[in-house]
Design a protein around this ligand. Structure first.
Ligand SMILES: *[C@@H]1O[C@H](CO)[C@@H](O)[C@H](O)[C@H]1NC(C)=O
Ligand SMILES: *[C@@H]1O[C@H](CO)[C@@H](O)[C@H](O)[C@H]1NC(C)=O
Ligand SMILES: *[C@@H]1O[C@H](CO)[C@@H](O)[C@H](O)[C@H]1NC(C)=O
Ligand SMILES: *[C@@H]1O[C@H](CO)[C@@H](O)[C@H](O)[C@H]1NC(C)=O
Length: 461
């Protein structure tokens, strides 16, 4: 009780009444009924608490303004409350961490009082916590009487939470539905700013959860000035993705369940069967309790962040004994509305497998409409450092025998669009020209009915 008294007043519940952030709004106080009336608290509407994290620059950083405004625009009747624990967050990190427990307890006390006083249904309560705020929300969920509807963790803090027991961090038991966005899980000196391990019912790792497009040193240096900006950009990306999901309802981003980032980058996981895909951010659908389901997607560098994922499968035949071939492929997609540029086919430290079916992930930033045509090209020997290097390696090993021009054959490309789940098979436009060498390209069109050939038996040796 002394503790509660001590905290009373340090933690403020600022209910936002206007999109104009200059206006202070009003404050809820546990036990003070008159505040509820004054604030126009509507106990039958949704109640959304926004909880900030560790901070050095004080309240109402720009991300907070954007998030509050986006929530209020999307949920016009909701009670939108900013939990201001800045006095306890603006401290050395370990001290701020130490306070998360008590701030969570304070929020739980507030929610218990609202349940008693206004019969507030907890299932209508959504806590959104950024960084340390995510773990504050976790404590609130632990201490409250009953079960909170939803907790969203926006890049929950990693240091001092990674690997600790569930009671001391955000976990799936803290609410009926716990969804988490992880955007800064890259490790430096043994820790990462955002927690790496999955801690919700659904854990979404945009761009693998590590390198966020648009946040590279070069990209943000132009804007601000130092390495801290890169950190802030990647950590805060979770908030901006969430804001994007609130605002761009018609351009939703999908995430796909996968056991790990490497498999996702290879395009193996683009299935929506059995709830294996979901919308990201505010639009994430609650699923049957399924702990720690890791989901992935790629995003654009800026809002709207959503793009389009394609899985491509092609069998690369080596019929002309081009055993050393190590092709660098690009694809260009032609759609009903627009075309893409040449997109590098990333094999991720691997090489294109010969006499094997290769699976790739291709991501486009714009909606090209229905896919009509694909051009596959093999980069010429002098077109990039990548090829030059491969060429040097080859000539080095075979310096006295000029290797013959490699020839590979790709007859068909099977494509699955992640966003629509449509599948097509593309055949070489000219069936007689399915062979490719460096500097050349092949065009594929949708296989005509009855024209598509069943895969031939492998060549026997
Ligand atoms: C309270 O919220 C409910 C549900 O959103 C809505 O139907 C009702 O009109 C609101 N009441 C007031 C007084 O705004
Ligand atoms: C957390 O706070 C309590 C009480 O103020 C103190 O006893 C404890 O040492 C603190 N723990 C850390 C890790 O700072
Ligand atoms: C692939 O198959 C061809 C014959 O079809 C053979 O010459 C070649 O050695 C096989 N293996 C590789 C790795 O290319
Ligand atoms: C195709 O994309 C380009 C570049 O993004 C754009 O300038 C052009 O207007 C688009 N064309 C159509 C038909 O949308």
């Amino acid at each position: 009780l002394t503790l509660y008294k001590a905290l009373n007043g340090i933690i403020k519940y600022n209910m936002r009444k206007s999109l104009d952030l200059e206006q202070e709004g009003c404050y809820l106080q546990t036990g003070k009924k008159e505040c509820l009336e004054e604030c126009g608290f509507n106990a039958t509407a949704k109640t959304i608490f926004i909880i900030h994290g560790w901070s050095m620059s004080g309240m109402f950083e720009s991300w907070m303004q954007k998030l509050v405004a986006a929530v209020m625009r999307r949920e016009t009747e909701a009670n939108v409350v900013v939990v201001d624990w800045i006095a306890m967050a603006q401290q050395l990190y370990p001290d701020a961490v130490n306070h998360t427990h008590n701030v969570g307890l304070d929020i739980a006390t507030m929610l218990n009082w609202l349940q008693d006083e206004q019969q507030l249904p907890l299932e209508n309560v959504h806590l959104i916590g950024y960084s340390l705020g995510a773990h504050v929300a976790g404590y609130a969920g632990t201490f409250v009487r009953g079960t909170i509807g939803r907790i969203t963790g926006l890049d929950p803090a990693g240091p001092m939470f990674e690997g600790v027991e569930e009671q001391k961090r955000l976990s799936p038991d803290d609410a009926d539905f716990v969804d988490v966005l992880h955007t800064y899980t890259r490790e430096a000196l043994g820790v990462s700013i955002g927690i790496q391990q999955p801690i919700g019912d659904i854990d979404i790792y945009p761009n693998g959860g590590d390198v966020q497009p648009g946040c590279a040193l070069g990209d943000v240096l132009a804007v601000a000035g130092n390495f801290m900006e890169v950190m802030k950009c990647e950590h805060e990306r979770a908030v901006h993705l969430f804001v994007d999901s609130l605002m761009n309802k018609d351009h939703m981003s999908f995430a796909f369940q996968c056991t790990g980032p490497d498999r996702f980058k290879k395009g193996i996981c683009l299935s929506c069967r059995k709830n294996r895909c979901n919308n990201i951010g505010y639009n994430t659908r609650k699923m049957r309790k399924r702990r720690n389901s890791k989901m992935y997607l790629k995003t654009r560098a800026d809002t709207p962040f959503g793009g389009y994922h394609y899985q491509m499968k092609m069998h690369v035949f080596n019929r002309k004994k081009s055993d050393n071939a190590d092709p660098t492929f690009h694809v260009k997609l032609y759609g009903a509305h627009n075309d893409t540029t040449n997109i590098f086919v990333d094999v991720h430290d691997d090489t294109v497998g010969l006499n094997l079916t290769n699976t790739f992930l291709v991501f486009t930033e714009k909606d090209i409409g229905d896919l009509l045509k694909i051009r596959l090209s093999w980069e010429g020997e002098s077109e990039s450092w990548n090829s030059v290097w491969k060429n040097i390696k080859q000539t080095f090993w075979a310096w006295n025998t000029k290797p013959p021009k490699p020839v590979l054959e790709v007859r068909r490309i099977r494509v699955k669009a992640g966003e629509t789940q449509k599948k097509f098979t593309f055949c070489a436009q000219d069936p007689a020209k399915a062979e490719i060498s460096p500097g050349e390209s092949i065009t594929y069109v949708k296989c005509r009915d009855g024209w598509e050939v069943k895969p031939r038996k492998r060549y026997e040796t």
